[in-house]
Design a protein around this ligand. Structure first.
Ligand code: ATP
Ligand code: MG
Length: 351
């Protein structure tokens, strides 16, 4: 037997359909979220009868299936031509004008050049009111100006507005008038159990990899870690990373060693798509990465041209997205402060 017989050849891969591990891959089924999807459908149902729908707040920690479940409901809704679907990720589109432009883009209205937000909203209104509309504002707490919601409530007659968020506290900051107009229902997405986590990851793994290349024990370690962190996105990252590590070592199997190595890389892992971060969020993240364990005020001094208020807002964004971790500490003068670290590290001892 030659030395190279057990090695993966250059043109061989352990991955069969790696896209099944992409965070934005939409699986055919979204198991364990049937009740939540049913509830969403119930809110939208009046639109099918040409009546006004209900508004819904969807909240829960990162990586528990809020976005994927909502998109699944939208997909089921595609067969109904009378309903216009609008899905907006407000982390990327946080201002009223950007949201208006994105809606124009989604409804195919092209004459946006030189038009201000009100003019755009007028065009949107005329088009949406010919039908009924589901408006999904994902990462809704990132919206800078909530008057866009108000606009929808006032001017679009038959609609359901879904707000998706990690921290529902942002609702408290909304205008009372808006809240009472919104009359919002809510559903909470709880983390999956370990058995559910296993099931979800197994399906994704079985599609993504060549049969029998993933060692059972390696998979178990990844399931355990994912269940501990309560974030399926982390699990997808670990599956993919373990596969990459094994391939780089030209191994024909993904073993415990590869899974453990993947877990050790978790501190560099970004649970959200890094392209969603704005200039300051990226800079703050990079600065914390270069200076782990420095306090909030020490980091703020390293970020130029930004007020402390804007800095704090971005720290909150990064924390709620699990991109950084705050660890409480006592200062020399006896006050409280926070040390900052990157990564999805609720307990730093995990790594
Ligand atoms: N029940 C499920 N079945 C299959 N895949 C799932 C399920 N739940 C979550 N996932 C997958 O896990 C990843 C994270 O899910 P999703 O993006 O919906 O999380 P989220 O709750 O919206 O998180 P965030 O608050 O960070 O946006 C996605 O890649 C998604 O496909
Ligand atoms: Mg989401």
């Amino acid at each position: 037997m030659s030395l190279f017989d057990n090695m993966l050849k250059d043109d061989e891969s352990l991955f069969l359909n790696p896209e099944h591990l992409d965070y934005d891959y939409q699986p055919k089924l979204v198991p364990f979220r049937e009740q939540e999807q049913q509830y969403m459908a119930l809110c939208i149902k009046p639109l099918l009868q040409n009546r006004n729908g209900k508004n819904l707040l969807i909240y829960g920690p990162p990586g528990v299936g809020k976005t994927v479940s909502t998109k699944h409901v939208l997909r089921e809704l595609e067969q109904y031509e009378n309903i216009i679907q609008l899905y907006i990720n407000c982390w990327k589109k946080e201002t009223k004008h950007k949201i208006a432009l994105e809606i124009c883009n989604q409804i195919g209205y092209k004459f946006t050049h030189n038009k201000n937000t009100d003019q755009l909203m007028n065009e949107i209104k005329n088009r949406l009111n010919k039908k009924t509309c589901v408006l999904i504002l994902d990462e809704a707490d990132k919206i800078e100006d909530s008057s866009i919601i108000y606009y929808f409530l006032e001017d679009i007659y038959k609609k359901s507005i879904f707000l998706i968020t990690n921290n529902k506290e942002f609702l408290l900051k909304l205008d009372q008038r808006l809240m009472s107009r919104l009359n919002i229902d809510e559903i909470s997405f709880k983390p999956y159990t370990e058995a559910q986590t296993r099931d979800i990851l197994k399906t994704r793994k079985d599609y993504a990899f060549v049969q029998n290349v993933f060692d059972e024990e390696a998979f178990n370690i990844i399931v355990q870690k994912t269940a501990e962190l309560n974030d399926i996105r982390t699990g997808l990252y670990l599956l993919k990373e373990a596969g990459n590590i094994a391939e780089n070592k030209a191994s024909r199997k993904i073993t415990q060693e590869h899974a453990t190595e993947a877990i050790s890389k978790l501190k560099d892992y970004k649970t959200k798509d890094p392209s969603m971060l704005d200039k300051y969020e990226s800079l703050i993240l990079e600065t914390i990465k270069q200076n782990p364990g420095k306090t909030l005020s020490e980091i703020s001094k390293l970020i130029p041209d930004i007020s402390y208020k804007s800095f704090s807002r971005r720290i909150n964004n990064l924390t709620s997205a699990n991109l950084i971790t705050k660890e409480e500490t006592t200062t020399e003068t006896g006050g409280k402060s926070f040390k900052l670290y990157t990564g999805h590290a609720r307990k730093l001892s995990d790594y």
